[in-house]
Design a protein around this ligand. Structure first.
Ligand SMILES: CC(=O)N[C@H](C=O)[C@@H](O)[C@H](O)[C@H](O)COP(=O)(O)O
Length: 229
């Protein structure tokens, strides 16, 4: 069975911690990933070479989607060919990279990045993290294997609250490659809705693996609760 078959219709759990967060430790990421797999995840998405190496060693049979974040704005998800090659070298099955049409910091096009990555790592699949539908056509033309809605809502303006189900549907209808739903999928119902909109798989991060954020949502609800007044 191919990796894409393994994740079809399934949940992928993103295990990431920002620098300095209490969970920012590869051992914690491995424990989160093991918990996610126990709960029914089919694959893990993770960030950073240190965490990817730890996850690869601990979970040899689990499909991994790997990326490196460099910064927090602009093109920061696996922004250059060098980042992509370093991610591939950790042994992940899928390298996720920025798949928007914005200029990349190393001056390469997405097509050049994909071609050069494949030349060195012929077995790795390339996932393009997109922000809008037009990115999808360009990413497919550049030769990516799958796309994700990861960057929808994160390229300017206020970040919406809900997942971009419309983009999931539009990409799934238009593109000949699998579309992974990712970004602000915070409930099981939203995950199921993403599949109904045509997603091949659903990535959930924050709602499962960022307890500080999840806690803050509960805490904020109590502060604003009418029962308090
Ligand atoms: C925009 C961006 O940088 N997204 C990152 C991509 O890997 C992660 O910070 C997200 O947690 C991930 O996409 C999962 O999304 P959510 O945490 O909303 O379920």
């Amino acid at each position: 069975m191919t990796v894409l078959d393994t994740i079809r219709g399934r949940l992928v759990v993103s295990c990431q911690a920002d620098p300095g967060e209490p969970l920012d430790d590869p051992a914690h990421m491995v424990a989160l990933a093991r918990s996610a797999l126990r709960g029914g995840a089919a694959a893990i998405r993770a960030q950073g070479l240190r965490d990817l190496r730890a996850l690869r060693a601990a979970l040899p049979g689990t499909p991994l989607i790997g990326l490196v974040k460099d910064g927090t704005c602009g093109v920061y998800i696996t922004p250059t060919l060098a980042h992509a090659e370093a991610v591939a070298a950790t042994g992940v099955e899928i390298v996720a990279l920025d798949g928007t049409r914005r200029p990349r910091p190393d001056g390469l096009s997405l097509a050049e990045t994909v071609a050069r990555l494949r030349a060195r790592h012929p077995d790795v699949l390339v996932m393009a993290d997109l922000a809008e539908a037009a990115d999808g056509y360009a990413a497919v033309a550049a030769g990516v294997d799958l796309v994700g809605t990861t960057l929808s809502g994160y390229t300017g303006g206020a970040v919406p609250q809900d997942p971009d189900l419309a983009l999931i549907g539009a990409l799934a209808e238009a593109l000949p490659v699998p579309v992974v739903a990712e970004g602000r999928i915070n409930t099981p119902e939203q995950a199921a809705a993403a599949l109904r909109h045509g997603a091949h798989a659903v990535v959930v991060g924050t709602a499962i693996t960022r307890p500080a954020v999840v806690t803050s949502r509960f805490a904020a609800a109590l502060v604003t609760s009418p029962e308090m007044s």
